[in-house]
Ligand binder design. Structure first.
Ligand SMILES: Nc1nc2c(ncn2[C@@H]2O[C@H](COP(=O)(O)OP(=O)(O)OP(=O)(O)O)[C@@H](O)[C@H]2O)c(=O)[nH]1
Length: 383
């Protein structure tokens, strides 16, 4: 579960980083050429204005047109310079604009002559030859500017389109890379998950009895050691019930080993139904079982043992053994002064042995054993 959360987190971070990158890159590329294109579009108005003003000057010979031409001739070289500067700073390859820069430089070099021609025409009057010279120079400048700016506009649009294409390819490449990264991360996560599950299964198997699915002897011992710790530290009561099915060999002999297995499994389920969640039910081997009862004293353990005794008698046996009754012998102990699980188990085993010896299908606890010892002692003294 934790791995899935980590995976989702990584995926979200990748998606956010990717989105941020794309938006930043797009904005950057767009901004570079937008500024230059705007200036070029503005500059394109210069040749048109020059043509109109020259025509107006010839038509009306008005001094106001002279001023307009002077304004234009002041503005045009600055505009040329600004555009050349921007071009040098731009990402555009110099080979793409070398021709038009050359043309703009040439146009700029012709501007003083045009200014002189305009001044001369204004001073001498717009007679035929002066006007002709001014118009021809004006046309030359106007055509040069118009060509250079429109060529530049075209180049910029082309570069912009190429950059957009590049950007799209780059975006696609990044998307594919991210996808691959995500797939790789996902694969690693799945592998880790698989390993984790495998380890969990192995851990579970190492503490589980294969036939019944109950805890095995090893796990019961581990749980017992932990419970012993609690008993030592807090004095919490701890009891152990040891159970052994009676005459189980007969079931095997009469109905076969597989049915014997089915009976063991049915008995295991019956035990699980009777115990509390904190109890540990284990199969110790063969037809012997144990229940570790933390926080339970002798009275509680005895009570459970009696209940199991009755439940076992009433337990229906599978298939052909349905007519048989199953019984169990039980030994019950509560921790007193034991130093560890082995001592406790050995005491419970002795009580179980007594239960077998005294006729099976019964519970023998510490109290019963004490009573029996006391009874034996009484009989001896009377005898
Ligand atoms: N089906 C099956 N039988 C098992 C398994 N483990 C041990 N047994 C059998 O359990 C029987 C135990 O027999 P005994 O030790 O004589 O005990 P019992 O017949 O129950 O007699 P008492 O314990 O004295 O009441 C043997 O026949 C074993 O083969 C198992 O996993 N499956």
């Amino acid at each position: 579960m934790r791995l899935v959360v980590v995976f989702c987190l990584i995926a979200t971070l990748c998606a956010l980083a990717f989105g941020y990158y794309v938006s930043q890159a797009r904005r950057h590329v767009g901004a570079d050429y937008t500024a230059l294109v705007t200036d070029v579009v503005r500059a394109q108005q210069d040749p048109a204005a020059l043509r109109i003003t020259l025509d107006s000057l010839i038509d009306s010979q008005d001094l106001i047109h002279l001023e307009q031409i002077h304004d234009l001739l002041w503005r045009i070289p600055r505009r040329i310079e600004s555009i050349q500067r921007q071009l040098r700073r731009s990402e555009l390859a110099p080979t793409r604009y070398a021709d038009l820069v050359e043309e703009l430089t040439y146009v700029a070099s012709r501007l003083p002559a045009l200014e002189a021609a305009v001044d001369a025409a204004a001073e001498e009057g717009l007679d035929e030859p002066a006007s002709e010279a001014m118009l021809s120079l004006g046309m030359e400048v106007e055509e040069g500017l118009a060509w250079a700016y429109s060529e530049l506009n075209e180049q910029l649009h082309q570069a912009s389109a190429e950059q957009r294409l590049l950007m799209e390819r780059l975006t696609l490449a990044v998307a594919v890379l991210l996808l691959l990264l995500l797939l790789a991360v996902g694969a690693v996560m799945l592998m880790l998950l698989h390993l984790y599950r495998q380890r969990e299964t192995m851990r579970l198997q190492s503490r589980t009895d294969e036939l019944t699915g109950l805890s095995n002897r090893r796990w019961l011992r581990e749980m017992a050691e932990q419970a012993f710790d609690r008993w030592r530290r807090h004095g919490a009561p701890l009891s152990l019930i040891l159970l052994d099915l009676d005459h189980f060999k007969r079931i095997n002999d009469d109905f076969g080993h597989p049915l014997g297995d089915a009976v063991l499994v049915a008995f295991a389920r019956a035990l699980e139904r009777e115990v509390r969640r904190i109890d540990t039910v284990a199969r110790m081997g063969g037809e012997e079982f144990a229940i570790l009862m933390p926080d339970s004293d002798m009275a509680g353990a005895q009570h459970l043992a009696e209940r199991i005794l009755r439940a076992t008698r009433a337990m229906p046996l599978p298939g052909p053994a349905a007519d048989r009754r199953l019984t169990v012998s039980i030994g019950v102990v509560e921790v007193a002064d034991e130093t560890g699980f082995d001592r406790l188990y050995s005491r419970a085993d002795q009580l179980l042995y007594q239960a077998k010896k005294s006729g099976r299908d019964r519970v023998v606890s510490d109290h019963d054993a004490e009573d029996t010892e006391w009874q034996d002692h009484e009989d001896d003294t009377r005898g």
